[in-house]
Design a protein around this ligand. Structure first.
Ligand code: SAM
Length: 188
């Protein structure tokens, strides 16, 4: 069976993350991915959940309110400052990460992820990613500014050395209205 984009993104991460690891939700938004990661790493693991909007951090706290896990560290800052936060928390190895790009669903559609900070954040993450770990990007490109970011991320990912990374693109090619797709980067 073909999986939808979010299910496949989660499947990839679940297959490669171990319990107890530290992982990153680079854009926590409404908290769906943070909640998912929190369950995957379990009580002994940790999720760093980034977002630049207070509303998103609050929504994510709300989404987690019924979960029994207290393993999420909320960071109200750009993921472009990832290294500073990893160092502050003494994190030297990351088990995996997700970037769900674009704007906050049901929020301000003008506050979007962008080419510079997204690529910078990936550049910060790859050196600390575990061997065989994955950075999964869910790329939305139908909104204003989306295509610009999509081209930059694709260019960056396509030029990663195949000796060091496997890079996958997954998406449905017969859907209308700029369907999202996945770029998954696996460290070799
Ligand atoms: N993962 C979320 C979920 O499960 O509900 C959806 C994320 S939403 C598509 C994108 C989010 O990226 C928005 O909440 C937005 O505020 C956030 N964002 C935009 N630029 C950012 C940046 N530089 N650093 C961190 N978050 C950013």
């Amino acid at each position: 069976m073909l999986m939808n984009i979010i299910n496949y993104a989660h499947y990839l991460l679940e297959s490669s993350i171990d319990k107890g690891e530290t992982v990153v939700d680079a854009t926590c938004g409404n908290g769906h991915d943070t909640l998912f990661l929190s369950r995957v790493v379990g009580q002994s693991g940790k999720v760093l959940a980034f977002d630049i909007q207070e509303e998103a951090i609050e929504n994510t706290k709300q989404a987690l309110s019924e979960s029994s896990y207290a393993n999420v560290s909320f960071i109200l800052d750009s993921h472009a400052n990832m290294t500073t936060h990893l160092k502050a928390q003494n994190i030297e190895l990351v088990g995996g990460a997700i970037f769900n790009l674009g704007y906050l669903p049901k929020g301000d559609k003008t506050i979007i992820t962008n080419r510079e900070s997204t690529v910078e954040a990936i550049q910060h993450l790859l050196p600390v990613l575990k061997t065989n770990g994955l950075v999964v990007l869910v790329v939305y490109h139908g909104h204003e500014g989306g295509k610009d970011e999509m081209h930059a991320v694709l260019k960056y990912a396509m030029n990663l050395s195949q000796r060091s990374y496997h890079v996958l693109q997954y998406g449905f090619i017969n859907q209308q209205n700029n369907p999202p797709f996945i770029i998954a980067i696996q460290k070799r």
